[in-house]
Ligand binder design. Sequence first.
Ligand code: BG6
Length: 498
Amino acid sequence: MTVANDESIAYPAPGSRPYGNGKEKVPPHVVVLFGATGDLARRKLIPGLAHLTLSALAPEVRVIGSSLEELDDDSFRQFAKAAVGEFGGDKVSPQQWEDFAARLHYVPQTAGPEALAKAVRQCEEELGEEVMRLHYLSVPPKAAEAVIGMIRSADLVERSRVVMEKPFGTDLQSAIALNARIHETFTESQIFRIDHFLGKEAAQNILAFRFANGLFEPIWNRNFIDHVQIDIPETLGMEDRAEFYEATGAFKDMVVTHLMQVLAFVAMEPPTALEPRAIIEEKNKVFRSLLPFEPGNVVRGQFEGYRDLDGVAPDSDTETFIALRCGLDNWRWAGVPFYLRTGKRMAEGQRIISIAFREAPRSMFPVGSGVGAQGPDHLTFDLADASKMSLSFYGKRPGPGMRLDKLSMQFATTETERAEDVLEAYERLILDAMRDDHTLFTMAEGIESLWARSAPLLENPPIVKPYPQGSWGPNAIHQLIAPNAWRLPFERGWREKR
Ligand code: BG6
């Protein structure tokens, strides 16, 4: 058994690996999916593994499901079939299904480490000597330690990588303690902490847009950018996650995780290379320069009716909504406010990053011409699965005289020839973990920095304010952003393709 506490990552030397052509061979893998009957496994992981296997991106895969439920191989296959049918993007033919089903096995957690070890070894015999193990921990944080203990007892640490789901602790102390405990079993280089927002095609396109073009980098700073909004309202409620959510809340579920990772892509300095160490270093620098979250710059909200849900305390203080103003104390961004907002049961489901540019210092256009009437010029990234970008600016309205209208240049991935090649976020990240590529994963240091910056808010959270379901949050969101205004709801919708 390998027990290691080595924190360092064996990064490839810069340039030693041709990153990103997506054609490197993926070694054969036994994937042990813990939490295999949970919601995430059903909606994303099992359909994603089916797609990776059947599309030949990762053809040599065996999946061993494990959870507290007493299933056998056949009943797990039934469960997986329903999941792929309901949530899989592609239609799977009966032949393809048989092909995937033959690779699925199940070992209930109650069967113990020996049964698990036996199942893994049987699969490995079919896959040859090069075979690797990928343990996917789709389990709540409390269960994660028991699962890691099981992996150790089953002697399955060698040749393995472990994918871990958030939350990675609940504050700085718990994050440090959790990382220390995981490091008793796995080295940092074996650990892949997943944040699925970084697997979204649109999030990676931020890196392409910023660092593959010379056009925007010169104006990507405090001299030209007035403020940034990262706005992720959801219409979804708790569904059957109220119990989890009650102990978590919007800040820990979304802000300290997804929104911060996206913020880092927007704010980071140009990395020296497209390789994990360079990207992770730049992200960590962003987190280190983040100013602590001050309670006075935060609006916490709770949708009306939340306290009536099963699993929620009648006097619950959990926020189902949060909006906040934060900033980065560095040369590029000093003085530029970043406004973040996310919440459940809101008016619309959107995932928008909006960069507002400074307005022209003087205008030759007369009052009433329309200049400035529709806010500043904006660059907008839409992180939806059908990802889009838009650059808005003032231009002349056709006809006599000089009236100005807000115009835009728009791009949508769905309109490109390669629209079909988009991988679902989890698929992309599972594939990267199998390729041993940490570029799009989060590391212990960055997470601990984020928790450190969160301390003032966690220690002294402002009271939660109620907001009606289907709204944009409590009224205080307008004071928070004044004299600016939230971009959402959009004044003009995205342009439909003509
Ligand atoms: C999850 C959160 O990580 O992300 C959920 O736990 C949230 O509360 C979800 O709804 C949003 O992800 P996506 O990909 O649907 O935008």
